[in-house]
Design a protein around this ligand. Sequence first.
Ligand code: M6R
Length: 366
Amino acid sequence: EKGGYPDFMLKEIFEQPRVVRDTLVGRLAPTGELDIDELGLTYEQLDVIDRVYVIACGTSYHAGLIAKNLIEGWARIPCEVEAASEFRYRNPIITPSTLVVAVSQSGETADTLAAIRDARIKGAKVFGITNVVGSPVARESDGVIYTKANKEIAVASTKSFIGQVVSLTLLALLLGQVKGKLTTAQVRMLFHELGDTAEQIQWVLDTQKEAVHEAALACKDARSALFVGRGMGAAISNEGALKLKEISYLHAEAYAAGEMKHGPIALIDPGFPVIAVATKSPTYDKTVSNLKECEARGARIIAVATEGDEDIRKVADHVIYVPAVRDALSAITATVPLQLLAREVAILRGCDVDQPRNLAKSVTVE
Ligand code: M6R
């Protein structure tokens, strides 16, 4: 049932182009309007939304970090992302014009469900993004988008994350359209570019195996690693660090690159691995400056960079390339090298990548 792959995690990573395609099937009407039939909310109800909370746990929370950038960037609605376990025990500002977006692969995570229930009692509209049809998150939300990842077996979430990011991107496009901040033509263009990420992921899977392996060799004996980036790169650095620690048991931390000199740079000594998301973006030069500071202290730098960027080799010891893509959509492609890297390091360290110790696939108790 592993379909010829050595483990479920790799099989699921390789399914990601299909997940992108399936999550988008039928979502763009011939008129250019987005079609989310399970929306459960009318355009009038969406138009009054003036605050969004994305609540989730673990990897799903990291998908939320990406959504914040998109929802604020495209729809200009303030958006906060919060761990469900925090959200449920404080007193967040919720009004009838608040939209709570609950993201959960399993659709049954205890904290996420409790947060949904609490938000609804307080009058919020709740939108679920889940991989499991008919799951509690789907049933208890006003509307839902299914991520079409199909069953995910490896404990470390990969294809579900990609499905979540694609779904949240759709939601951000929809909010941008409803709020009149994006034209139909812009939505159509962005939608098609979103679809193109399926082939871009495939390119990474087909061409970067050796680069991933080399980078993994550079990390495998480390005691700790830092993941850095800015903007979308900062958001997915969190996911890269989580993947690495949960399956390889190597301590990893994510930092916004600009925060390095406020503390974490003290960690760096010769050979310390710094994994940088340094794809072409408006803050590319700033990230490269941060990497030079790490390099000067002997860090071993692994960069995820844009295909064709040879200059990055001046600062990075190892480079894993992704195709050029608009910054807003870059999280999808740039996450794939981080997943592959975590898996490769785990294998080199002799770990069971599908069944990491101490972890369960679904966390139904608090
Ligand atoms: O099913 P959920 O998306 O609600 O699960 C949330 C987390 O438990 C999950 O993402 C966890 O962090 C994974 N092990 C990450 O790979």
